[in-house]
Ligand binder design. Sequence first.
Ligand SMILES: [Zn+2]
Length: 414
Amino acid sequence: MKKIIPLTAAILFVTACNDSGSETASGNGQDSIWGYSSTGRNLVEIQTSNGQTIKAVDIDGIAHVGDMMLGRTEDLLQHGLTVAENQDQPTAQEKSISRAATIYPSSGFKWPDGIVPFALNSNLSSAARADALSAISYWNTNTNVKFIERTNEADYLLITNGNGCSSYVGKIGGAQAVTLAYNCGMAAAIHELGHAVGFEHEQTRSDRDNYVSIYWDNIQSGMEYNFEKINTSNRHDVGNYDYYSIMHYHAWAFSKNDQPTILPKQDDVDLYTMGMVSEMSAGDLAAVAAIYGDPGNGNDNSGDNDNDNSGDPDQNQGEQYSGQLSGSRATNIQPNGNWFQYQGGTLSATLSGPDNADFDLYLQQWNGRSWVNVAISESYSSSEAISYEAAAGYYQFVVLSYNGSGSYTFTLKR
Ligand SMILES: [Zn+2]
């Protein structure tokens, strides 16, 4: 039996902070879960434009729910929280996702074309600056959201030093803060950027009671409001409930007694993975793709992979990509460093590599936890071919330099 190690470490991992000492960063050191206690503070009830009530804690005039900032408390109390009217109904693509995660932008709004300008405040610690840049690189590599350094854009993220790790949800307009303390870490930075592009916590989904149990008696006093469910009349639960979403809390989040606060109802969920992942799950990536388009395919959302909105993929020649591998046992992911979602059908790919080398080609499918080989081409040359009858799911190709170095051409028909 595994020991409950992460929690003890988590409880000790309290941020240095200002007044009452009730701010908590708990986690395994990779995924900090952070929030203000409502004890001794003003717990406000904010009405949303769709008739919901959200509980939040006022901190210096800003309404917070855990690590999410909703906006100026005074404005919210007076005018309520406006939710995006044009995002009411899930799109067909969102509904079609078989396994995905997180919640569609609610109080927040989508960033146009997925472009998110950012600026790094000079007050950031060197560690937080590195975490921010790593997280930005991660998002830019793995999703169609593109964080760009701000020049003169009016709406942007100001990544700044703070007591903990926090962010607004979605684009709220103007300079909006993302706070990163020195000890947030890269995973928390990825998580906060997830809020900034519009995602909320997985375990607040409206359907969460089918998947997890909340142990209210184990939650620190004043932290209960972090576990409120969010009704979905204006929010979207994209895809299936995803225990391994980077937007999911871990089992001991805000525990007062080392006992779990959230436990999965399914037996096969790994408690030491839930809420402790350091990367986005395939479900997270699919949810982002549903909203911001597929990586490498622009934002046309036509599903034809050719970025021209025609709906017709070019069936004749396939898509061509080039790459280079230096040294033996190096790998590339194709197409273009990205996985892709596939509706099902034949996937064909060829590799044409350097003459004096032995390159191999693998087709991998995401099984919910990891990438597994489903088709392999390992000839003694660098000419490889795969044709595979694929079920709907998430796929990527891996090019391996078994022996030698050089440039190759990868051709894909899907
Ligand atoms: Zn969060």
